[in-house]
Design a protein around this ligand. Structure first.
Ligand SMILES: [Zn+2]
Length: 247
């Protein structure tokens, strides 16, 4: 029986063997997809996730080439849809730990989009949007949306904030232009969510097969809640450290 309750958006970055915080091993990814299938959990497009109780939507940030080589064949086997959030500029230098990994070319993005994969916008250069002047941040968002449409001939209706970093004004901007925006707040979906800043479950926290296999159980929900609390505490401590006056 499919689980009851609200659904979840899963976040992946790179599908590779490196074991980095951004990576899920290809075999584990394939196991996770078959686990969803065995559990009868529907995998639905991101645009539909809020209308499906107990369903999952799959998202892949940054559009690493290994999405094309490792994830796409598995998704096709299960006929699962997914959303890939692509940077429209070069952007590689600012991507952090995964920065040396190649990104998908426009041709590969185009091919993916013809295989039931939605290509969402993820800015031009992957900046922390709130660190930019507002106008410039809006340009990053709008230009990446236009470039995807221009290059691929399909609309980009979903947006992901780099690092999940947003402000009320930026969320207003995204709400006007996109059907949905996603952040990095670690949570399942809820009725009252802002569609311009939907929470997601980073699969980094669900690497243990036992956890992934019972994604919607009360136990895993509690575990996610604890991880969120720990993360918020850590972010707060980092914030305090950053805002300490320099002497
Ligand atoms: Zn990103």
């Amino acid at each position: 029986m499919p689980p009851k309750g609200t659904g979840a958006i899963l976040t992946y970055h790179s599908i590779d063997q490196s074991g980095s915080v951004l990576s899920i091993a290809p075999e584990l990814f394939a196991w996770q997809m078959s686990s969803l299938s065995r559990a009868g959990i529907p995998v639905v497009p991101l645009k539909d996730i809020r209308n499906h109780q107990g369903a999952v939507a799959l998202t892949f940030d940054d559009a690493y080439r290994n999405f094309y080589t490792e994830a796409l064949p598995v998704l096709r086997r299960f006929t699962y849809s997914a959303t890939v959030f692509a940077i429209s500029g070069e952007g590689r230098a600012q991507l952090g730990p995964g920065s040396s990994l190649p990104l998908m070319t426009w041709d590969e993005l185009g091919e993916a989009s013809r295989c039931n994969i939605e290509i969402g916008a993820h800015t031009v250069g992957h900046p922390r949007l709130t660190s930019l002047p507002f106008e410039q941040a809006c340009e990053e968002i709008a230009e990446s949306q236009q470039e995807i449409r221009r290059r691929l001939g399909v609309p980009a209706d979903s947006f992901a904030y780099p690092y999940g970093d947003s402000s009320p004004a930026l969320r207003d901007f995204v709400r006007e232009r996109f059907a949905q925006g996603v952040g990095v707040r670690l949570d399942y979906l809820a009725e009252e969510d802002d569609r311009a800043d939907l929470p997601r479950l980073d699969v980094y926290y669900l690497q243990k097969q036992k956890l992934f296999a019972s994604l919607f159980s009360a136990g895993v929900r509690r575990y996610i809640q604890l991880r969120r609390a720990a993360r918020e505490l850590r972010d707060h401590a980092n914030f305090l450290q950053r805002s300490r006056p320099l002497r």
